[in-house]
Design a protein around this ligand. Structure first.
Ligand code: ADP
Ligand code: MG
Ligand code: ZN
Length: 591
């Protein structure tokens, strides 16, 4: 019965999607164009904005999926002005609501908000807007708690509806409904009553989260299954994606970042994302000692300091901000030329958002990630307790381990899109690697070895961290844990990649243990490790190319990493190619 329902919903939404919503022959089309020019001072719609506007003005429930910065707000702000009545906007963050109300007021569009920090009088007058037929307010912003916790709000909203003044309900950041998203807010589930409570009133959800899992969940929670989905592409053709091998010492990491800032990104603005407050402080101090102008930004700094750092960066007094992910909301600097991840993000979703702050002006910008196995466990021990978080993290790890597919292909998969090679245009490290990636190794024997090492440790009642497991495999560390056979014929970094790969494929699993001060991740055999007993068991892995940090990739040009030196680039590329293949050969001769 459930699957029939799903099929019907799918058909419904496909039928709706087949309508051309971007037309200009609706009764309101002239008005829409006029409002775009006069109130918003904009000339054209961006892709899918007009579709969203026409569908919601046609009273369809719809979910709009667009990358951050693509212009989702206009999709409900503009329709609010087309007909008489009120648009209620649900938004999760007070700062976002304040920004929007301010910018609407600057455009002479009457808007108000109700927040928990409003005074009694302010709240009262905002609540009266719902009842007051002569109110000129067009948009009323509220947090989702209102629907759960304020009876007065709900009864006024009911009145607004029966008076025929409720035009639509816009739900911003609508992925917050779903616990499969990255930003679950329990209060969003109360919004599920709206569709039945206000029949005929269109709901317009907006989000930058595009996974079908989350989108289906959101529709279910809001009771608008089979609604129209309006989705614009997530490809950012002007962003160049690159993974760099991360050195083990902080000192060497800092040296890489220093060189990038002094040479490749000289005179340009960027962001360096770190995983902890401690890292962001350490790295910014070290970079300043080396003569660079950088700011530091994290949640433990007071609001005043944070806004000063932000402003100095905007005014180019700082070349870069070294930040935790607390630096995110409200970054509207169009000419961010680089985003460096000192530590991987905790999911592809986060990575896309963070790296996506580069190149908003449409010009070339670079997203460089320092990856090392050890960081998986730094993050996993932080996030493991929330649902789905390990899978999200492993998705990010797969992106880093990949050496054969276009980076964009993995991003596209994440967003349930399908981009061809031409959508990359050699704008990722894999696509512009001469000769591409070819080396495959078979893991059957290695799985066997790793499985034996774990069994042997378990017999002695010893738990193995990834490092200890690697030690035992490479015949290092305590003798009682060491593998009895031969040491693998490849470098330890490749061993690290194998371990990470086995983790993402379910051959290994993490086992978390708490101490008084920290959480430790140990490795155990995963459910797929049983497969090694099958006689036809096969498991291959392609080894990625190691982008060892090289000075000659540092030219401050706006070209690719592999072509950074103009006329000599071909030679350089050849040289590098041969040195890479040499490196690979020397590795493979050992394999
Ligand atoms: P989102 O919510 O999708 O992250 P916003 O609605 O905050 O994005 O819009 C991001 C920026 O894009 C804003 O500065 C907005 O004024 C601008 N913008 C939106 N639509 C257009 C358009 N059609 N033409 C030019 N700029 C636009
Ligand atoms: Mg937005
Ligand atoms: Zn590519």
């Amino acid at each position: 019965k459930n699957s029939l329902k799903n099929t019907i919903n799918k058909l419904k939404s496909e039928t709706l999607a087949s309508v051309n919503w971007a037309g200009n022959d609706y009764e309101w089309s002239g008005e829409v164009k006029k409002i775009l020019n006069s109130f918003f001072k904009l000339k054209h719609f961006r892709p899918k904005q007009l579709s969203a506007i026409n569908s919601t003005l046609s009273s369809q429930h719809a979910i709009v999926v667009m990358p951050t910065g693509a212009g989702k707000s206009l999709c409900y702000q503009l329709p609010a002005l087309v007909k008489p009545g009120l648009t209620v906007v649900v938004s999760p963050l007070i700062s976002l609501m304040e920004d929007q109300v301010r910018s609407l007021s600057n455009k002479n569009i009457p808007a108000k908000l109700i927040t928990s920090s409003s005074t009694k009088e302010e709240t009262s007058s905002a609540l009266n807007i719902l009842k007051d037929k002569s109110s000129n307010i067009k948009l009323l912003y509220v947090t989702p708690e209102r629907f759960a916790k304020s009876k007065r709000f709900m009864s006024n909203l009911q009145k607004c509806f029966t008076d025929g003044r409720l035009q639509r309900i816009a739900i911003d950041e609508v992925h917050c409904c779903s616990q499969w998203g990255h930003d679950f807010r329990p209060d969003y589930k109360y919004l599920g009553i709206l569709a039945n409570m206000f029949p005929g009133i269109p709901i317009l959800g907006l989000t930058a989260t595009a996974t079908s899992h989350v989108l289906n969940d959101v529709q279910k929670i809001l009771n608008i299954q089979g609604c129209l989905l309006i989705k614009s592409t997530f490809n950012r053709p002007n962003l160049f994606y690159k993974i760099l091998e991360k050195p083990t010492s902080q000192e060497e990491c800092i040296a890489i970042i220093e060189k990038l800032l002094k040479f490749r990104y000289k005179g340009e603005s960027g962001i360096i994302y770190t995983n902890s407050i401690k890292d962001s402080e350490e790295i910014s101090v070290a970079l300043r000692k080396r003569g660079l102008k950088v700011g530091c930004y994290h949640a433990n700094l007071d609001a005043d300091t944070r806004s000063k750092v932000h402003i100095k960066w905007h005014e180019k007094q700082y070349q870069a901000i070294v930040a935790t992910i607390a630096f995110g909301m409200g970054i509207d600097k169009p000419d961010v030329r680089f985003v460096i991840h000192h530590t991987i993000s905790k999911s592809m979703e986060n990575y896309y958002q963070e790296s996506g702050r580069a190149g908003r002006d449409g010009l070339r910008a670079e997203c460089v990630t320092l990856y090392r196995m050890q960081d998986i466990f730094k993050l996993s021990t932080m996030v493991f307790s929330s649902a789905g978080s390990l899978d999200h993290l492993y998705g990010m790890v797969k992106y880093c381990l990949n050496g054969t597919l276009c980076r964009r292909q993995l991003i596209a998969e994440h967003f349930d899109e399908d981009w061809g090679d031409s959508d990359c245009n050699k704008m990722c490290d894999v696509c512009c690697t001469p000769g591409g990636r070819t080396k495959e190794i078979s893991l059957e024997n290695h799985c066997e070895t790793i499985s034996q090492i774990i069994d042997n440790a378990e017999k002695q009642d010893i738990k193995l961290t990834a490092q200890k497991l690697l030690d035992s495999w490479f015949l290092k560390g305590p003798v009682n844990l060491r593998h009895k056979g031969k040491e693998p014929q490849f470098l330890r970094v490749i061993g690290e990649d194998v371990i990470a790969y086995l983790l993402t494929e379910g051959y290994l699993v993490e086992d978390f243990h708490y101490t008084a001060y920290s959480t430790i991740s140990y490795l155990k055999k995963g459910p797929n490790m049983d497969l090694i007993n099958d006689s036809d068991f096969k498991l291959n892995m392609s080894i990625r190319k190691y982008s060892k940090f090289e000075l000659d990739t540092l030219a401050p040009s706006a070209n690719g990493w592999e072509n950074s030196n103009g006329a000599t680039s071909e030679n350089k590329a050849k040289k590098r190619k041969s040195s890479n293949t040499d490196e690979l050969k020397s590795k493979s001769s050992k394999i």
